[in-house]
Design a binder for this molecule. Structure first.
Ligand code: NAP
Length: 275
């Protein structure tokens, strides 16, 4: 029970397919107590059974990260109901649809600002506002994707946001290390979630990743959840500012591997289909 005695807040559970749910489950299984947040009243009733499922200690608070007053109120609720906490999971991203397909250079300033505000600035603001309730041995985790490092078709605006998020993770890690707060990111492989369904041709991304990753399959929210739990726990006490890939190894590939059978005959075509 490596999370026994740990308390934390998880932002970004939309449903049981969310990556944040995978992380919450892994933390619960290891003995953590958690609070979770919902975006607005429309989502409150959907998340109530999930809060229940995550254990009697799971509390449910509103938090739209585009509203600074809701982040401040979240801190007050945590202070009142939980006292100090030991971890924060920031599993939130949003870009207007125009930013997730088509020509990149067509993006409007408004779409750019919204994506950066919700997907990047929110991490800084949450950490700053919640810092008074963070213990001096705490861990913050955010979620990134390989499209913040290399070009991925249609990921467009979110790729730029993830690049900024990964650097934000490093600058926060240095800034907060002196306060005993670690900040890390997981760069997860593609997973079919609500947010992912907004990305153009996402099912192709899933097929491509599974065909070309060393493990020849996609990752699950359980796998990301377990790695997330490790980064939130004291098992990773010496780790901060890291972007940890949980992507079946896809990021190490410089070129799609061409598989050969024992007779030396090619078995996988360039497009990942069996040959
Ligand atoms: P998800 O289940 O749809 O989760 C995204 C969450 O962000 C939702 O709970 C959503 O709330 C929340 N959100 C959006 N705008 C918000 C706002 N203004 N205030 C508060 N919450 C807001 O999708 P997911 O795939 O698990 O995404 C979680 C994180 O993982 C994101 O950062 C995503 O970029 C990252 N990631 C995903 C993949 C993938 O392939 N799925 C891969 C790598 C990284 P509502 O649903 O209530 O709107």
């Amino acid at each position: 029970m490596v999370m026994k005695g740990k308390k934390g807040i998880i932002l970004g559970i939309a449903n049981k397919k969310s990556i944040a749910y995978g992380i919450a489950k892994a933390c619960q299984e290891q003995g953590a107590q958690m609070a979770i947040t919902f975006l607005n009243e429309r989502f409150e009733h959907k998340l109530a059974p999930i809060a229940e499922d995550l254990g009697c200690g799971a509390k449910l608070y509103p938090c739209d990260v585009s509203k600074p007053e809701e982040i401040k109120a979240l801190k007050d609720s945590i202070e009142k109901d939980m006292g100090q906490i030991d971890f924060i999971v920031h599993s939130i991203a949003f870009a207007p649809k125009e930013g997730l397909s088509g020509r990149f250079y067509d993006i409007s300033k408004n779409a750019f600002d919204v994506a950066m505000d919700i997907s990047v600035y929110s991490l800084i603001e949450i950490v700053r506002e919640l810092k008074p309730v963070l213990s001096d041995n705490s861990s913050v985790l955010t979620l990134s994707y390989y499209g913040g490092v290399k070009y991925i078709p249609n990921y467009n605006l979110m790729g730029v946001a993830k690049a900024a998020l990964e650097m934000t993770t490093k600058y926060l890690a240095e800034d907060l290390g002196r306060d005993g707060i670690r900040v890390n990111a997981i760069s997860a492989g593609p997973i079919k979630t609500l947010a992912a369904s907004g990305i153009g041709e996402f099912s192709f991304m899933l097929k491509w990743n599974a065909a070309h990753a060393p493990l020849k399959k996609n990752v699950s929210i359980e796998q990301v959840g377990n790695s997330g739990m490790y980064l939130l726990s004291d098992l990773s006490a010496g780790v901060t500012g890291e972007v940890h890939y949980v992507d079946a190894g896809f990021n190490i590939m410089g070129m799609p591997a061409v598989a050969f059978n024992e007779e030396g005959k090619q078995t996988i075509a360039w497009n990942g289909e069996p040959k």
